[in-house]
Design a protein around this ligand. Structure first.
Ligand code: CDP
Ligand code: CDP
Length: 219
């Protein structure tokens, strides 16, 4: 396992992690782990079943009874594809609530490690470089200003036909950032050996190029 290279991308809400990670995986021919989808799936399943978002034992029992598999666009739960359902802001906010619970994080460990296979893995989330893949070859901590992140999420939602108010998005992302950085278990924090990259004023292509340059310098 240690011989399988991992490129970890961590960062706050809507910093561009998912987009960057997907393009890196495609460019390198690696697998892609969208770890946020697992926390979103957990929250979505709990909301569907009426399981309280702070009931750790019930959430862990629920996860133990679910058959979860990865798909190109999301995950498959008990044979049913869930993709778009996971992408709402409501599910994202609920995800950050179940994500504070150590039992939930532990229950998702095996699934995350199962994707580490040759030729390599690009993994995006909050704790990829700090906890899940501490031996990653490259750890990127991707940030952008809260204003540019809210603006990007606004545009992203609009593309899906969903209108939203920037100020509401800004308040939501600040609240979620606070919960993600202040939780006791595996908070959002740059790994000591992470490369910090602020992409507020970079295009996606520029960001991908910068990361690949560092990657190839280490290969
Ligand atoms: O995965 P994460 O929530 O960190 O962000 P994302 O979904 O990859 O990116 C949020 C939105 O910002 C997407 O619509 C990206 O296309 C956009 N974006 C951008 O406009 N410029 C960048 N440099 C990075 C992302
Ligand atoms: O794309 P966006 O940044 O909005 O969220 P996401 O990456 O899909 O993650 C949703 C929530 O799951 C985050 O706010 C975190 O609370 C949690 N999460 C986590 O705790 N650890 C991870 N490795 C990934 C996500």
């Amino acid at each position: 396992r240690g011989a399988v290279p991992v490129l970890a991308v961590d960062g706050p809400v809507a910093s561009g992690k998912g987009t960057l990670a997907a393009q890196l995986a495609q460019g390198l021919g690696y697998r892609l782990l969208d770890s946020g989808a697992l926390y979103r799936m957990t929250a979505w399943a709990a909301l569907q079943r009426g399981v309280a978002l702070d009931d750790e034992a019930a959430l862990v029992a629920m996860l133990a009874g679910l058959d979860v598999a990865f798909e190109p666009q999301g995950v498959r739960v008990n044979g049913v594809s869930v993709g778009d359902e996971l992408r709402s802001e409501a599910v994202g906010n609920a995800a950050s609530k179940v994500a504070v619970l150590p039992g939930v994080r532990h229950a998702l460990d095996g699934l995350q490690h199962s994707l580490r296979a040759l030729p390599g893995l690009v993994a995006d989330g909050r704790d990829m470089g700090t906890v899940v893949f501490p031996d990653a070859r490259l750890k990127i901590f991707l940030t952008a200003s809260a204003e540019s992140r809210a603006g990007r999420r606004h545009a992203q939602l609009l593309q899906r036909g969903i209108s939203s108010r920037i100020n509401d998005l800004l308040a939501d992302l600040r609240e979620r950032d606070a919960r993600d950085t202040q939780r006791a278990t595996h908070p959002l924090v740059p790994a000591q050996d992470a490369v910090l990259l602020d992409n507020s004023d970079l295009t996606i292509a520029q960001t991908v190029d910068q990361v690949l340059q560092v990657w190839w310098s280490r290969a």
